[in-house]
Design a protein around this ligand. Structure first.
Ligand code: FES
Length: 182
């Protein structure tokens, strides 16, 4: 499978961040390689509470996975090239037409946050794989671009966007759409 690489030296940059629930002020995310056990924080999952994610440890080009309400959430710190690729697409040519701006937050276009569940039959796509620099679903071959939009394969829709908000330039809260930025 073709790997569209980013600025990262390795594609094994796919990390799982265990997060603290809201209220854990300044909770440091713990970076654990994906290949390690992927157990979400049980209490957070059980509570279904919003989670705060510190973005500072996520390098440009990196995609990390966190869990919110038992769902995998991908957080993609996009490079300029990856942003440009997402923007330089004829939106009307897409199976599920959405502009890059519609899928990111104003002033934070380097960050893409999507629910990591393939919109075909629910597999978890693989990051930094496929022909479009985003995700490749190993189940039936759907491919998503650097904005998480479906580009090829049987999936009917783009990767869904979770509700989230920026608390600061380096912190987001997943599970709340309307919180004010700090
Ligand atoms: S579940 Fe992803 S392509 Fe079928």
């Amino acid at each position: 499978m073709t790997t569209v690489s980013s600025a990262e030296p390795t594609r094994r940059d796919f990390l799982y961040i265990a997060t603290g629930a809201v209220g854990a002020i300044g909770a440091a995310a713990t970076l654990v390689p994906l290949l390690a056990q992927m157990n979400p924080d049980a209490s957070t999952v059980a509570a279904g509470a919003p989670v705060d994610i510190d973005l500072a440890p996520i390098a440009e080009g990196q995609i990390v996975k966190v869990f919110w309400r038992s769902k995998p959430i991908f957080i993609f710190h996009r490079t300029k090239k990856e942003i440009d690729e997402a923007k330089n697409v004829d939106v009307n040519s897409l199976p599920d037409p959405e502009s890059d701006a519609e899928r990111t937050k104003p002033g934070h276009e380097q960050w893409l946050v999507v629910i990591g569940i393939c919109t075909h039959l629910g597999c978890i796509p693989l990051a930094h794989q496929g022909e479009y620099g985003g995700w490749f679903c190993p189940c039936h071959g759907s491919q998503y671009d650097t904005a998480g939009r479906i580009r090829k394969g049987p999936a009917p829709r783009n990767l869904a966007l979770p509700p989230y908000t920026f608390l600061s330039d380096t912190k987001i809260r997943i599970g709340e759409e309307s919180a004010k930025t700090a």
